[in-house]
Design a protein. Sequence first.
Length: 275
Amino acid sequence: MGSAESPLDRRTLVESLRDYVEQIREEGLEGLPASSTVAPGAIAKASAPPQTARTQAVEASKPDIAPGPAVELISKYPGLEKASTLDELREFIGDCTRCKLAPCRTNLVFGVGNPSAQLMFVGEAPGADEDARGEPFVGRAGQLLTDIIERGMGISRSDVYICNVIKCRPPDNRNPEPDEVASCEPFLMRQIDLVRPRAIVGLGTFAVHAILKIKTPISKLRGNWHELRGIRMMPTFHPAYLLRNPGDKRLVWADIQEVMKYLGMPIPRRGGSSS
Ligand code: SF4
């Protein structure tokens, strides 16, 4: 004699199971996807242990790392996504005339550093020194950034990758305009995709606002992790701002220390360049 299960029994069983799953989820049992209360794009500033391949894979699958609006920007230039190395990307950009900054430049400032860097610094746009040399962050502000990297973090400038949102110098160092950002930003996004660093440091108000698409003051953004293309980004003050406001070097050093902790780097006992 078979014991036929009625649809009612089955429904009761399913409901019981659902209640049980909800209960253990609320209790935070590992292995179940917790319902996220984190805003899309934001990453909590919780202490992050050095990543293993497994934790990296888990982090990449986190539902709160939503693709940002910049994903669509890649399709602005057909063929851009086919550039599979930084050299190919530079070749793709060529002698660019895609925005009105082209006639203003002496050199297009693409980016420098380790093409497989774990850490990437992204600034605003080239200044006069950078335009003259074709390299980002080489003036006084650039020297301060180098000090932060080499004296503060204890690594070589060539160990990281450094670039800007905008590749050509705006006249009289004015802020880049929205149409110029829209034209140039796909190149930055492809650079990020190709370097695929573990962390990005966004330098200064303009760069951070341009890439995060928000207008929150940098003083409120700094010190907290954000997300860009699935990668953690730490906003902080621009080195040029620090030249005018040296008292805030300690804040930048605090932000850099957060990045170092996340990357599993030893923190020097003395604050390097910020002292
Ligand atoms: S700023 Fe960017 S988009 Fe404009 S001309 Fe230079 S490389 Fe091209």
